[in-house]
Design a protein around this ligand. Structure first.
Ligand SMILES: Cc1ncc(COP(=O)(O)O)c(C=O)c1O
Length: 455
């Protein structure tokens, strides 16, 4: 468990925070047991907390920091730009430069608009799809997260008691008070299940504006879409006038050309965020020239008016240009090879320890599951109460060994990481799996463990 003795300053700050922030935090995704770890500084792949503890950062602000913390080209670009003003209503040349870099890299990204977050990006993309098709329904995967916009939240946390049959997954509201009208405009799909997905799409096909796709939805288990599933949804959407909206806010890091290109998907609309801002707030909605015309007013009000006070602010843009310049094909190849190494290493460590644990992910992403075989669907992935308890123990044990993994254990690498950092992760997981606490936890969870080898 996270030791109270190691983090007294975090505990003190958390007490203070609860007086002014509901729940004591600004983000529900921050672990609060017993207190969030308050960060003092980040350098490269490592974080230092307010108590002086150091952690290898496997979260990187939920995958946003492809170059880790304090990446010098970003620091220099931001320092230079901010001397000349932090934001203007009028455009700057930087937006043309970053847009140009990304349009050149990403197939299907003919034109784009910058926004501030991934949430805004998916919201505007849904509006674009509706305006373009004249339809209102949004199809999305059960369990997939796309930000805090009502129409993309439905069923992102479907649970066994309420999720309904696979042939017609329930539209489960995420936030209390979600209007029924929102739910009525969603179609929920079980990804990697071709027959049931086709049945769900078939029932509503003439009303669906877009199919929102994340090729490896992190919250739904970091499970990649299977090739025949991708081909099937592509064909169905093309045949039925449904736009494919590929949400690459998180998964743009899958490859130099982005996620859709890696998975053989040809989207009409694409949203990207996180790494393209070099650690500063950003998002984009882009796509085919034809669809993106909905944002083009040409002197009149566009059919989808889009703007934002801080959209395309020069500081995020110059940081993004610096980060994307360094995210070149050799950097992508190196980090993805490191991802392969850590996933394979974890599988070996798990097998050697005889632990009921498995690994999913791809490129520079990986996730641990507290079950012996890797899940291939959201419902397979959905952790039981026992698995959640074991997951929490592993998270805390790794924290105690100097590794900050997100509470979900969906993890990512950053370019300043070295092979020694990966060995540090593998050694820490190995020690955790052989610990008395872990063996006791899997025993009481009723999960059979194979005898450890070479213990
Ligand atoms: C796939 C996906 N879409 C959208 C979002 C929302 O992005 P933001 O947090 O920048 O609003 C996220 C954030 O994690 C995401 O992973």
């Amino acid at each position: 468990m996270q030791s109270h003795n190691r983090t007294p300053n975090s505990l003190r700050l958390y007490k203070e925070a609860q007086k002014v922030l509901p729940g004591g935090t600004t983000r529900f995704t921050v672990a609060t047991d017993p207190a969030p770890i308050y960060i003092a500084a980040g350098h490269g792949a490592w974080l230092t907390d307010v108590d002086g503890n150091r952690y290898l950062d496997l979260g990187n602000n939920y995958t946003a920091l492809i170059h880790g913390h304090g990446f010098q080209p970003v620091v220099d670009a931001v320092a230079e730009a901010i001397r000349h003003g932090s934001c203007f209503a009028n455009p700057t040349e930087h937006e043309i430069r970053l847009a140009g870099m990304l349009c050149e890299r990403v197939p299907g990204l003919d034109k784009l608009r910058f926004v501030n977050t991934g949430t805004e990006a998916t919201m505007f993309a849904v509006k674009a799809a509706r305006a373009y098709t004249g339809r209102t329904k949004v199809a999305k995967f059960e369990g997939a997260y796309h930000g805090g916009y009502d129409y993309v939240e439905t069923s992102e946390h479907s649970a066994p008691g309420t999720w309904g049959p696979l042939s017609d997954p329930a539209r489960v509201p995420y936030a209390a008070g979600t209007p029924d009208a929102v739910l009525a405009d969603n179609v929920i799909l079980p990804f990697n299940d071709i027959d049931n997905t086709l049945a769900c799409l078939e029932r509503a096909k003439s009303e669906i504006a877009c199919l929102l796709v994340d090729v490896m939805p992190s919250r739904a288990g970091l499970i990649g879409l299977e090739p025949d599933y991708v081909a099937t949804i592509q064909r169905f959407c093309n045949d039925n006038g449904i736009l494919i909206l590929c949400d690459e806010v998180l998964n743009f890091r899958q490859g130099y050309h982005g996620a859709a290109a890696e998975f053989g998907l040809r989207p009409d609309l694409i949203t990207i965020g996180k790494i393209i801002g070099g650690g500063l707030p950003i998002g984009l909605v882009g796509g085919s020239d034809a669809v993106m015309q909905v944002f083009s007013g040409k002197g009149r009000r566009a059919v989808v008016p889009q703007g934002g006070t801080f959209a395309a602010n020069p500081i995020s843009l110059v940081a993004g240009i610096a980060a994307m310049t360094a995210w070149d094909p050799p950097a992508v190849a190196r980090l993805n090879a490191m991802g392969e190494r850590v996933r394979n290493g974890l599988r070996r460590v798990i097998a050697d320890a005889g632990a009921p644990m498995s690994v999913t992910g791809g490129a520079s992403l990986f996730r641990l599951h507290m079950r012996a075989s890797p899940p291939r669907t959201y419902r397979e992935f959905y952790p039981s109460a026992e698995e959640q308890a074991v997951g929490k123990l592993v998270h805390q044990a790794l924290l105690g060994r100097g590794i900050l993994m997100p509470p979900t254990s969906s993890s990512c690498l950053s370019t300043p990481m070295t092979d020694a950092d990966l060995d540090f992760v593998l050694d820490a997981v190995d020690a955790t799996l052989r610990s008395v606490e872990y063996r006791a936890a899997i025993g009481s969870a009723g999960v059979a463990a194979a005898p450890a080898q070479g213990a």
